[in-house]
Ligand binder design. Structure first.
Ligand SMILES: [Zn+2]
Length: 196
């Protein structure tokens, strides 16, 4: 009787913790790379029709963002317009805020044209319909997917945080814990520019 209750409880915990179905094998996401940009911490793949400058504008990160100052090439002010530089700075800043240092991390960022294309990728990867998703990170293939119209500092920062959290812990924390931590990074980025 006791064992049955334990098994039942364990099952419930797994249901609560489990987010996405696990992969039986490495899946094919169907993404077609039109352009690749190499950052230090990410290989950034852009689908056809996705422009680097439009993504940079969408992030809306400028010299006033003090968090990024001094993170790269020792510059007192962050003034790069390069997508690679900005994502690297996001990564370093998020690592510092979370106090999770990843010294040899390198992941993949794939940017699709819109949410429909993102839903296509989700279906290919997980065999499930999930519409309205703005972005998601897949730990098993260490890849962050974003739809170009959602390429904002809050959404990208949230997913970068997922990448850091997933790769920092040997045993994956429960999904809800990961969401709280990623949400904290998102919150910090959402605050007024001058405060970070
Ligand atoms: Zn999340």
């Amino acid at each position: 009787m006791r064992v049955r209750i334990l098994v039942l409880m364990l099952g419930m915990v797994l249901v609560l913790v489990g987010g996405r179905p696990a992969f039986a094998r490495t899946p094919e996401d169907g993404f077609i790379t039109a352009r690749k940009v190499d950052a230090r911490y990410f290989a950034i793949h852009l689908a056809a029709g996705v422009e680097e400058m439009a993504l940079v504008q969408g992030l809306g990160v400028g010299p006033e963002h003090k968090i990024l100052a001094g993170q790269l090439v020792g510059s007192p002010q962050f003034s790069s317009n390069s997508l690679a530089d900005i994502l690297d700075a996001f990564f370093l800043w998020s690592c510092n805020v979370l106090d999770m240092q990843l010294y040899s991390y390198r992941g993949t960022v794939k940017v699709v044209a819109d949410e429909n294309a993102l839903a296509d990728i989700y279906r290919r990867l997980f065999g499930e319909e999930r519409t309205g998703e703005k972005a998601f990170y897949v730990y098993e293939i260490n890849t962050l997917y974003v739809a170009a119209p959602n390429f904002t500092k809050e959404i990208v920062g949230h997913e970068v945080a997922h990448a850091i959290i997933s790769n920092f812990f040997v045993v994956q924390p429960p999904a809800k814990v990961q969401e709280v931590l990623a949400g904290y990074i998102e919150y910090q980025l959402r605050k007024t520019p001058s405060s970070f």
